[in-house]
Design a protein around this ligand. Structure first.
Ligand code: SF4
Length: 346
């Protein structure tokens, strides 16, 4: 590494979707200083998202346990960062412990939101006292002066290499030219965000009836394996066209398969936002969350939300017990959003 080059450090949020939403901040930073390398410090679970961004020079994986303060380890890690020549740092999590790292590393300019009373640790402090903003605008604003008027932010942008896409197609047993639809039936946050497996199964049946040669791949983390298995069980005769890859791919591989997809149907989850940033046609299913807070931004995108009076409750499990925001969202309704996307591709 050239010690004379001043670098920028970005400290990643802990959620995949939030990391995707932060990508326009990097576009803005690159525009301002094209020759300045940007490194990202990220948890291993989120690192693949940053590796899919053209603006990132190096991804450094955090050695810290989730939720733990680990003050001694943070101090030791900050000493390593000190040698890399950072001129500024953008701290995206709102917690005190992440603001400690650039301060301990002696980075002169430390940008972030006030968060957990971080006076002194953050010395270019933005305030989030405006009405709630979409996540993309929230992160992108950090590239400007805190007093500057808010500007429209560019869309998140991810990429996958042709080689990685080919390998992912092999993994999904996809024939050359075969139409691929990806389902993301899980949601890390909780069961309330999940569209029922029976509905995904009925949608698979409609897809296969309309496109008999189609391949439907399900993606997700190991925790979503059971949700994928339930969709398989609910798909009836369409089961032979489905493959459950939830828990069977790395996130790097999942990104490559999403990049190859002809359309994606996803709950409000990290995979939804990855597909959207890869500019794949997406149908986004929102139940207990606000579709306007983090909408899909692909050229071709449909948001399906019943906008019930009780929504957005933002609860992990339905506090009313009926889960109508997802139960009442029929497969016919989702199919009517998806069908024109596939016709358009054809
Ligand atoms: S309270 Fe309403 S929005 Fe929240 S999970 Fe239940 S049905 Fe959905």
């Amino acid at each position: 590494m050239n010690d004379a080059v001043v670098r920028t450090l970005v400290i990643s949020p802990n959620w995949i979707g939030d990391a995707v939403m932060a990508q326009p901040l990097l576009q803005r930073l690159k525009l301002r200083a094209p020759g300045r390398p940007i490194d990202v410090l990220a948890p291993p679970s989120v690192a693949p998202v940053w590796r899919a961004m053209a603006e990132v020079d190096q991804v450094l994986e955090t050695p810290f346990r989730h939720g733990a303060l680990q003050l001694k380890q943070r101090w030791q890690y900050a000493r390593l960062l000190r040698q890399r020549g950072y001129g500024d740092a953008y701290v995206l999590p709102n917690t005190l412990k992440y603001a400690l790292i650039p301060w301990l590393a002696g980075i002169a300019r430390r940008v972030g939101y006030k968060g957990e009373a971080r006076h002194g640790l953050i010395n270019v402090m933005h305030r989030d006292d405006t009405p709630p903003r979409p996540m993309v605008a929230f992160y992108a604003a950090l590239a400007a002066d805190p007093r500057a008027p808010l500007q429209a932010a560019p869309r998140p942008r991810l990429q996958a290499s042709a080689g990685a896409m080919l390998a992912a197609a092999d993994q999904a047993a996809l024939a050359p030219g075969q139409v691929l639809v990806v389902f993301a039936p899980g949601a890390e946050f909780g069961g309330a965000k999940r569209w029922p497996a029976a509905h995904f199964g009925a949608l698979a049946q409609a897809l296969v009836a309309a496109h008999p040669a189609i391949r439907i791949a399900m993606l997700g983390s190991p925790k979503d394996q059971a949700a994928g298995a339930e969709v398989l069980d609910a798909a009836g005769a369409a089961r032979a066209s489905l493959i459950n890859l939830a828990g069977a791919t790395s996130l790097d591989e999942a990104i490559a398969l999403l990049a190859r997809a002809d359309a994606v149907v996803a709950n409000d989850s990290g995979l939804l936002h990855i597909a959207s940033a890869l500019n794949r046609p997406v149908v986004a299913l929102y139940g207990p969350t606000d579709p306007d807070h983090a909408p899909p931004l692909a050229d071709v995108a449909a948001t399906v939300s019943l906008r019930l009076a009780c929504a957005p409750c933002r609860q992990r499990e339905c506090p009313l017990g009926h889960h109508d925001c997802m139960q009442q969202m029929t497969s016919e309704r989702v199919w009517s959003a998806l069908r024109p996307m596939l016709l358009r591709q054809a």
